[in-house]
Design a protein around this ligand. Sequence first.
Ligand code: IMP
Ligand code: MG
Length: 194
Amino acid sequence: MFIEIEQVLIDRHRIARRVREMAGAIAADLAAISAHEGSSVEDRVVFVPIMTGAMIFAADLVREMPIKLSLELVAISSYPGQSVVSRGARLASELPRDLAGKHVVVIDDILDSGQTLDLVRKAILTQNAASVRLCVLLRKNVQRVVEVEPDYVGFEIPDAFVVGYGLDYDGYYRNYPEIGTLSPLAIAQHPPAT
Ligand code: IMP
Ligand code: MG
């Protein structure tokens, strides 16, 4: 079924372990804010997964979070169709409303050029959120178009096009449960629009 996967970079067990660790780190930071403010922030925590790539990661991450939180989705388009290079980020949905005073955790699958997270972070800050944290499962080792420093990074990966665990090529492979590279053959059969 997934014969087009060339190499597994991160298997599902490593992913699951790391997701649990990341949830622990986020929960600890939110607890520290509560301690600092002298009251719990739990009713003001909003997780904002960026669709569609962050869907699987976010689903696992929020279920490892031992606190009350709400979820608001945002859709960004950057790799349309058969593309393996970022085309720049564009909002493809409304932004969540009512983020004023909220502690927001933006979740994405991968940090590549930086344009997606930069756009979402700035848009959320204009709503006077109390804090905005950025959480990515993968950080690609590339020269970024926009410098972005995520607060939480799952794994550092080399400059390769990866699929699985939410990441797609031309809309496919999101349901592949590990993170892997795609065989050049699969890309050759569906050549990227350049
Ligand atoms: P950025 O705006 O260039 O940082 O791109 C981030 C978005 O591009 C992510 O949310 C992903 O959806 C997509 N993306 C970046 N690299 C990859 C990849 O290797 N495979 C699949 N999608 C990717
Ligand atoms: Mg994405």
